[in-house]
Design a binder for this molecule. Structure first.
Ligand code: SAH
Length: 224
């Protein structure tokens, strides 16, 4: 496939995301995603992030394997989670679970700086190299433990967790700025999880809303 066919596939995907946003409006509260978010999704070359043999299917609205038993999320879910963060150009964002780096690239189109943590060393290195090759200069990838966040760079205006913990990790709530927003799938491994939106108000109180059942790989804990 050449660049023109990938661009055409991306355009079709945008239409599918718009339809799915309308269909899930009752649960998510958002019938339309912002123009900035949709433009970012239409710009990022998802086919550069999937395994070479999956390139022809990069723009199907489904998750895909990326090796090591991990997945790149479904484009609609990437759009929804990104939209829920209400990103602005000056924002600093933390992502937990870099995977192949696709979600980080979408965030990098919308925010000032993106910090992303990945527990699998090889995935962290591949994502960092890929993002550098594609010209994303405002993303830093760290091989580390997502449950700890990235304390040296906190606070963050937005936090997105792309693997599912059983409960919202306390360190991440601590590292969320006042007025900040965090999106995280919460639930037991193997169960469906609930995509949860946490908002921290000016006094530091956190309000949580469970939005939509989703299916993510578990957020693991391992000795490194
Ligand atoms: N956002 C990714 C998809 C993530 S899949 C993308 O756009 O491709 C979930 C990722 O979370 C996997 O790569 C997995 O290795 C990682 N992960 C799981 N537990 C983690 C933890 N405790 N800390 C950091 N990353 C973790």
């Amino acid at each position: 496939m050449d660049d023109a066919s990938f661009a055409k596939a991306r355009r079709r995907l945008m239409t599918e995301i718009e339809v799915e946003a309308r269909e899930t409006h009752f649960w998510t509260g958002r019938a339309h995603f912002s123009e900035r978010v949709m433009a970012a999704l239409e710009k990022v070359p998802r086919h550069e992030f999937v395994l070479p043999e999956d390139q022809p299917h990069a723009y199907v609205n489904r998750p895909r394997g990326i090796g090591h038993g991990q997945t790149i999320s479904q484009p609609y879910i990437v759009a929804l989670m990104t939209d829920l963060l209400d990103l602005e150009p000056a924002h600093r964002v933390l992502e937990i679970g870099s995977g192949c780096g696709y979600q980080a690239a979408v965030l990098a189109e919308l925010a000032g700086r993106v910090f992303t943590v990945e527990t699998f060393e090889e995935l962290a290195h591949t994502a960092a190299a890929r993002l550098a090759r594609l010209g994303y200069r405002n993303v830093e990838v760290r091989h580390g433990e997502g449950y700890e966040g990235w304390p040296e760079e906190a606070p963050f205006d937005a936090i997105i967790v792309t693997a599912a913990p059983i409960a919202v990790p306390p360190a991440l709530l601590d590292q969320l700025a006042t007025g900040g927003r965090m999106v995280v799938p919460v639930g037991k491994p193997g169960d469906t999880q609930i995509l949860t939106l946490c908002r921290k108000d000016a006094e530091g109180h956190v309000e949580r809303d469970g939005l939509l059942p989703v299916s993510f790989v578990p957020m693991v804990r391992r000795d490194r």
